[in-house]
Design a protein around this ligand. Structure first.
Ligand code: DP6
Length: 335
C-alpha cells in the first residue's frame, strides 16, 4: 500500500489563458503567465491511497463522493499509470492497484478563485508520488484543467502554448522563483463566493467560436505582452507590471463580452474595485496596485508589501466590511 498527502497552491494569471486550440488535450491558443500564491491560506489538499485491497478507483471531493467517470480525472490517472508502467515495467502489479483519492479546498470551489488549478495540480502531484512517477508533470496536470499546470511551481510561471499537435511542448516552466520578488503581495477581495454561472471551460469554448476580438488578442496582443511582462518581472518594475496585468485582465473580459451570447463575469462591485485602483494609482502618480479578475467577480490585487497597510485602509473606507466580517480582504504573500 502507498499513501501520500500533498497540498498545492493557487495561481493567479497576470497574462490570461482564454481559448483552446485542442479541447481534448487542453492546448491553449496563447502563452500565459501566473504568480503562485503561498499555500498558507488558500490551497488544495489531497490524500491518495493505492492498495491491492481496493476493487475500484474512488474519489471524494470536499467530503462528498464524486464519480471517477469525469473524463479529465480519468485522463490524469491514466497518464500517471502509463508513466508508472513505463518506469516500473508493464508487468508491475502495483501499477494496476486501484486508488482512493480525497481532495479538499480551503476556499470556494468554482467561484473564479482558481480552485480547479490547485485541485488538479495537487491530484496529479500526489498520484505521481504514490505511483513513483518522475519528470515533467505539468503536461498531465494541464489535461485536468489548463491553468493547473501553472500551480506545480512557485514564483512566476509561464505556460507555453507549444506548437506540436500532440501537446508534448505545451508545458509550464518557472520564469522566476519565489525569492525573486519577495515584496510582492496579493489581496483577494471576495465579492461573491457563489459558483460561477458560466464555467471557464464553456465560456472560453464559446469565445473561440464567436469572438473576433479573441482572434485579435491571441494573434496581435498576447505575444508582445508576454515578452513585456517577462521583462517587467525581470526588472521588478512594478509600475509596468501593474499596467500589463490590468490591461490583460481587461482584454480577457472584453473577449468574454465579445462572446455571443456574452460571458459576464465582473459585476458592479468588481468595476468599483477596478475604478478604486485607477483612482488610487492616479493619486500616487505611479501604479501602486494592479487588479486582475478571472472568470468571476472576485478581485485579485497585486501590490508591494510596503503599500499593503495604506491600500487596505483606503479599501476599507470605500468598501466597508460586512458587519459580520472583520474584513473581506485577505492578504497573501506570493510564494
Ligand atoms: C480566466 O484552467 O479553469 O482563470 O482548462 O477548461 O479547465 P480549463 O479552464 P481553466 O481556465 C482558467 C481561465 C482563467 C485565466 C487563467 O487562469 O489563465
Amino acid at each position: 500500500m502507498s499513501m501520500v498527502t500533498c497540498i498545492a497552491p493557487v495561481n493567479i494569471a497576470v497574462i490570461k489563458y482564454w481559448g483552446k486550440r485542442n479541447e481534448e488535450l487542453i492546448l491553449p491558443l496563447n502563452d500565459s503567465i501566473s504568480a503562485t500564491l503561498s499555500t498558507e491560506q488558500m490551497h488544495a489538499k489531497t490524500t491518495v491511497m493505492v492498495s491491492s485491497n481496493f476493487t475500484k478507483d474512488k474519489l471524494w471531493l470536499n467530503g462528498k463522493e464524486e464519480s471517477f467517470e469525469n473524463p479529465r480525472l480519468a485522463t490524469c490517472i491514466r497518464e500517471i499509470r502509463k508513466r508508472a508502467a513505463e518506469a516500473a515495467g508493464q508487468q508491475s502489479e502495483f501499477v494496476k492497484y486501484k486508488v482512493h483519492v480525497c481532495s479538499e479546498n480551503n476556499f470556494p470551489t468554482a467561484a473564479g478563485l482558481a480552485s480547479s488549478a490547485a485541485g488538479y495540480a495537487c491530484l496529479v502531484y500526489s498520484l505521481a508520488k504514490a505511483y513513483g512517477v518522475e519528470g515533467d508533470l505539468t503536461s498531465i496536470a494541464r489535461q485536468g484543467s489548463g491553468s493547473a499546470c501553472r500551480s506545480l511551481d512557485g514564483g512566476f510561471v509561464r505556460w507555453r502554448m507549444g506548437s506540436k499537435a500532440d501537446g508534448k511542448d505545451s508545458i509550464a516552466e518557472q520564469l522566476f522563483d519565489e525569492d525573486h520578488w519577495p515584496e510582492m503581495r496579493v489581496l483577494i477581495l471576495v465579492v461573491n463566493d457563489a459558483r460561477k454561472k458560466v464555467s471557464s471551460t464553456s465560456g472560453m469554448q464559446l469565445s473561440v467560436e464567436t469572438s473576433d476580438l479573441l482572434k485579435h488578442r491571441v494573434e496581435n496582443v498576447v505575444p508582445q505582452r508576454t515578452k513585456d511582462m517577462i521583462e517587467a518581472l525581470k526588472q521588478k518594475d512594478f509600475h509596468k507590471f501593474a499596467e500589463l496585468t490590468i490591461k490583460d485582465s481587461n482584454s480577457f473580459h472584453a473577449c468574454a463580452l465579445d462572446t455571443y451570447p456574452p460571458a459576464v463575469y465582473m459585476n458592479d462591485t468588481s468595476h468599483a474595485i477596478a475604478d478604486f485602483v485607477h483612482r488610487y494609482n492616479k493619486s500616487k502618480g505611479v501604479n501602486k496596485v494592479a487588479y486582475t479578475f478571472d472568470a468571476g467577480p472576485n478581485a485579485c490585487l497585486f501590490l508591494l508589501e510596503a503599500d499593503v497597510p495604506e491600500v487596505l485602509g483606503s479599501l476599507e473606507l470605500v468598501f466597508p466590511p460586512h458587519p459580520k466580517e472583520k474584513s473581506f480582504v485577505r492578504g497573501l504573500p506570493v510564494q
